[in-house]
Design a protein around this ligand. Structure first.
Ligand code: FEO
Length: 391
């Protein structure tokens, strides 16, 4: 597609050459209501260096932006921080335009992943502590395995004090303004938390290891792989990552359920109000009306997770199964909860929900609540009393 996209200079001779995906609403299942961006950076030095590429759909856009400041054939070094195709998708196309470029990646996982996807290109592998000189600037490599793929790494430029952080510290946000201080901080931090919860939650330990490795660096800019570039609120986002990656949870509850004919819904309402009566704020999520990405962002730091489903064909409802499957993968830490639901006959769903909660690492603190047909006022009062006495 013919376009006239330009590079954006973010520091002297360092350019953002990425793409803004304004219309993205789903990133492999993660609901991205504010779109996203795939950030790539071009450094004009003695060796022209490109840090990451973009999703293949935006190949023309990145090539146009690079071409606005330099002939792509002059690129000497391409740093591939992460194999996932939102960052590496245009690697082959750009390497064809820059046949002399050396592609830097981690060993063995970056090398394996890139070779599998793009064949034998001009790869050079690096490990922790390795650095290269590109002229006036040095680039130091810090592998960050499982943050969030085995191949992931970040790159630090000591002369500029810029950390090129790829997936870390980013958020899915499409914006025409590149820096944090040019955007609404509340929205950025909310999206960064959503990003952490949905992408990085299982990797808290690895995040803490990476934060320790980066702790000694003086950073004046974090050039992320998605969303805004941090230059004003650097300590804020680092503090957020320290907290998000910790085991700490807040005294809050999330009640998540689906309902067929309102019986499980009525129980959910009673449970929500019972937590509130104990001065524990509780959020109420009917799976018919809320996205998994948003629910998970709230569950992430909530101490209590209570999940309900009626029984359908001897199973839990498919929406609840999908939710629990997602939670099992994300493995929230230090959560407590229980299962509830109504049934017409059989009532197997509530036991199945409890088993799935256990499999997700949730500590079961109350016996499952099983109500046949429609709950009575007396049964709801009993549920409320049990919660108030035992939570
Ligand atoms: Fe932004 Fe893991 O890719």
């Amino acid at each position: 597609m013919l376009n006239n996209c330009k590079a954006v200079e973010i520091a002297k001779n360092i350019f953002w050459v990425g793409a803004v995906d304004w219309s993205l609403r789903n990133f492999h299942g993660y609901e991205t209501s504010r779109g996203s961006s795939y950030n790539a950076y071009l450094i004009l030095d003695e060796k022209v260096t490109l840090i990451d590429t973009v999703k293949i759909d935006f190949a023309d856009e990145i090539i146009s932006r690079i071409s606005s400041v330099v002939d792509p054939a002059k690129i000497d070094v391409i740093i591939s921080s992460h194999v996932e195709p939102d960052h590496s998708g245009t690697l082959k196309k750009i390497s064809e335009l820059a046949p002399n470029a050396e592609i830097i990646t981690t060993n063995p996982n970056g090398l394996k992943g890139l070779t599998a996807r793009y064949g034998n290109l001009n790869y050079k592998t690096v490990k922790a502590g390795d650095s290269i000189s590109i002229g006036e600037r040095t680039l130091q490599f810090v592998p960050t395995p499982m943050l969030h793929w085995p191949d992931s790494m970040v790159t630090y430029c000591p002369e500029e004090k810029i950390l090129f952080s790829n997936d870390a510290f980013g958020e899915h946000l499409a914006t025409s303004m590149k820096f944090d201080d040019e955007n609404n901080l509340e929205i950025i931090l909310a999206e960064a938390k959503k990003y952490y919860a949905n992408i990085l939650m299982p990797f808290g330990k690895q995040a803490q290891t990476a934060l320790n490795a980066l702790g000694s660096l003086e950073i004046k800019m974090i050039a992320t792989g998605h969303g805004v570039i941090w230059r004003k609120n650097i300590s804020k986002i680092i503090e957020c990552y320290k907290y998000w990656s910790s085991d700490e949870v807040e005294n809050r509850a999330c009640i998540v359920f689906d309902s067929m004919w309102h019986s499980t819904e009525i129980i959910a309402q009673t449970i929500t109000e019972s937590f509130a009566r104990k001065n524990i704020p509780a959020a109420y999520y009917d799976l018919k009306f809320n996205t998994l990405s948003d629910i998970v962002t709230d569950i992430f730091k909530s101490k209590y997770l209570v999940v309900g489903s009626p029984t359908i064909n001897n199973q839990m409802m498919p929406t609840v199964a999908e939710f629990l499957n997602y939670i099992k993968g994300l493995r929230p830490l230090n959560h407590k909860g229980f299962a509830f639901g109504s049934y017409g006959w059989g009532g197997q769903s509530i036991g199945l929900v409890e088993e799935e909660l256990k499999a997700a690492g949730v500590e079961i603190i109350l016996d499952k609540i099983r109500i046949a047909n429609l709950p009575t006022i007396e049964q709801l009062d009993e549920i409320s009393k049990t919660i108030c006495q035992n939570i």
